[in-house]
Design a protein around this ligand. Structure first.
Ligand code: GAL
Length: 642
């Protein structure tokens, strides 16, 4: 596999005279891809049916002639004013019933038919014009589905779509009433048209109702994206990509990915640390200018798996890119520090070590106007080099000196399920129960032990290739996953809360986890404030969540109050709580030992990742770290040939 760099560029923001110099400088910096067009609808179609493709023709020609490959974005994340005026009902409505107005971006409801028709039209026009353009070598659909909380919309269009979706899923209202348990609080319906959206109720709506709406809303994103890929595929053979965001869980990315060729995501390590990760202040301070050592890696591994969904590939080999890489301070987090010198290089190398084909920096030149004027680029607003440019160029030189690389299957798999994220948002049963954070806590422990990780979809496809499998917090175990676990020969660690909901958000009887091969049942659950941990004998604790386990399976860990904490049958274990970091470390080490898998004890902030040819080390810590006899400076990257 060849690895390349790129950049996001907005020719419509700059005078045409400077495009050629920009293109030349991009090539000189070692960049080979340039993404354009994804917000340019008002310049492509200034008025309904009046297209202006001249400038885009010229931009593509200038960039292509300089030797750059173009990724062309469909502009559907930014419908211009005239589209909104034509379809006032296309605006999404928030949970409080307020329209999400024009004047920024992503102001559309996925359920709105009129807007989808406009999207089909502009995408068709672009596909027709550029589908065979030799410089356009990849396409991006829309931009960051779900960013700015834009999946759930409580609009009339969503209401109508939801009722249709329910009628198809349940076939009869009686079946729906039974499935949801609507006899509780006299919520029974007589027709599908009586069913509303699950918001603005006096107290919480029925969790089955909420879950159905979450599934419906995810399906709308899939449908919206598929409408574009169908058109594009008729006109181009270039790969189709979407740029996902970090920690956006409101739609099933595996389902969207099934219609695409490559997954990509937008990696803003410092923005995420400040804005999206609930770490304590000392952690945020330690990694202020580096980003959390595991957040990027987790998403790299997740999107590699999402990238496999649309191809005949798997969690280890899926095609994926970083479409946007932070180059300097961003504008949107509560604090926006500058990266430590070296981080714009480190982040790119870490992506490559996780199997990225391409890393594109966001953006070429800092825009001196509008919303993102405080967001750094590779160039300053005055066109002088910004610090990120030299680092990108350094990565470019290093890549040129490194032969093609291949993927290496990780020794550990971690199962990830968007549906479980919805289930636990719907019924957290405790303020701290967050699915992402639970899975991420397991992932972080695996990384502290120096392990590379592959992330599997919820049906566990490919599980047999892994000696160690972690699957925390899966609300419902599908028959497929259950069957795969039953015949798996390696270690599998389930729990907490595994299989504790039916697909209709009820408690199953017999009681969970109801594993035919492991006699353990959860007889009581408790959610706890983090200040009230439950100690485990031998070290570590449960925090946030603790279950009372009963049954005849072997007891592997015991709480200090004598209650079983983890039970096992054969190589399958069930964990009855949410481990703190110390307990996760114990569990990971014990599982590795049982499976004869090598593990390490890494210095704080040092991380490893293996490819087919190399072992990489990344130092996220603020001090030098020594590994395998090599001192790695802060923001340093080192690799050994394997
Ligand atoms: C991304 C987005 C870009 C830009 C960037 C700023 O979320 O896709 O268009 O807004 O953030 O960091």
């Amino acid at each position: 596999m060849k690895r390349t760099l790129g950049v996001c560029y907005y020719p419509e923001h700059w005078p045409e005279e400077i495009w050629p110099q920009d293109a030349t400088r991009m090539v000189a910096a070692g960049l080979s891809w340039v993404r354009i067009g994804e917000f340019a609808w008002s310049r492509l179609e200034p008025a309904e049916g009046h297209y202006d493709f001249g400038w885009l023709d010229r931009a593509i020609e200038v960039l292509g002639a300089a030797g750059l490959k173009v990724i062309l974005g469909t502009p559907t994340a930014t419908p211009p004013r005239w589209v909104v005026d034509k379809h006032p009902g296309m605006l999404a409505i928030d949970a409080e019933g307020r329209p999400r107005g024009f004047g920024s971006r992503r102001h559309y409801c996925f359920s709105h038919h009129g807007y989808l028709t406009e999207c089909r039209r502009i995408v068709t026009a672009l596909a027709y014009r550029y589908g065979r353009n030799p410089h356009v070598q990849a396409w991006q659909t829309d931009n960051e589905y779900g960013c700015h909380d834009t999946v759930l919309s409580y609009s009339p269009a969503a209401l109508a779509g939801f009722r249709d979706w329910l009628a198809q899923r349940y076939q009869s209202v009686d079946a729906l009433n039974r499935a949801w348990g609507n006899v509780f609080w006299s919520m029974e319906y007589h027709t599908f048209d009586q069913i509303g959206l699950p918001h603005l109720t006096v107290t919480e709506p029925n969790p089955a109702h909420v879950m159905a709406f979450r599934r419906y809303s995810s399906d709308q994103v899939v449908r919206f994206n598929a409408a574009q890929t169908e058109i594009l595929r008729a006109h181009t053979d270039a790969p189709l990509i979407h740029n996902y965001m970090g920690r956006v869980l409101e739609f099933d990315h595996f389902d969207v990915g099934a219609d695409l060729d490559i997954a990509s995501w937008d990696s803003y390590p410092l923005g995420f640390l400040e804005d999206r990760l609930e770490f304590p202040p000392d952690h945020k301070l330690r990694f202020l200018r580096q980003g959390d050592p595991d957040c990027q890696a987790f998403h790299h591994d997740l999107y590699r798996s999402v990238g496999a969904a649309g191809a005949d590939r798997d969690a280890a080999t899926g095609r994926w890119w970083v479409m946007e890489q932070q180059p300097g301070p961003v504008n949107w987090a509560p604090f926006n520090p500058a990266p430590l010198p070296g981080m714009a290089r480190l982040w790119a190398w870490e992506a490559f070590a996780h199997g990225a084909e391409t890393v594109c920096y966001f953006r070429w030149r800092q825009a001196p106007f509008a919303q993102e004027q405080m967001h750094a680029g590779l160039l300053r607003p005055d066109s002088a080099d910004a610090p990120g440019l030299a680092e990108a160029a350094e990565v470019g030189r290093e890549l040129a000196g490194m032969a093609d690389v291949s993927h290496r299957r990780a020794p550990v798999a971690l199962v990830f399920d968007y549906g479980s994220a919805w289930a636990w948002q719907t019924q957290p049963q405790g303020r701290n129960f967050d699915y992402f954070w639970l899975v991420f806590s397991a992932y972080r422990a695996l990384r502290r032990a120096g392990l590379s990780v592959d992330i599997l979809p919820p049906d566990g496809e490919g599980i047999e290739k892994y000696g160690l499998v972690f699957a925390p917090g899966l609300a419902t175990l599908s028959d497929a996953l259950m069957a795969r676990i039953a015949t798996h020969s390696g270690q599998v660690i389930l729990g907490p809360r595994s299989n504790s909901k039916t697909t209709e958000m009820s408690i199953p009887v017999p009681l969970p986890p109801a594993l035919p091969f492991l006699d353990a049942a959860v007889s009581l659950v408790e959610s706890l404030p983090r200040l009230a941990p439950v100690a485990i004998e031998g070290g570590g604790a449960f925090e946030a969540w603790a279950e009372t386990l009963e049954g005849s399976a072997e007891i592997v860990l015991t709480r200090s109050d004598g209650v079983p904490a983890m039970m096992r049958a054969g190589a399958v274990s069930y964990l009855g709580g949410w481990p703190d970091d110390a307990l996760w470390d114990r569990i990971v080490r014990d599982a590795c030992t049982a499976q004869a898998t090598e593990f390490a004890d890494l210095p704080n902030g040092l991380r490893l990742r293996d490819t087919g040819q190399h072992r990489f080390a990344f130092n996220y810590g603020p001090k030098p770290a020594v590994w395998d006899g090599v001192e790695i400076p802060p923001a340093g990257v080192h690799w050994w040939t394997l």
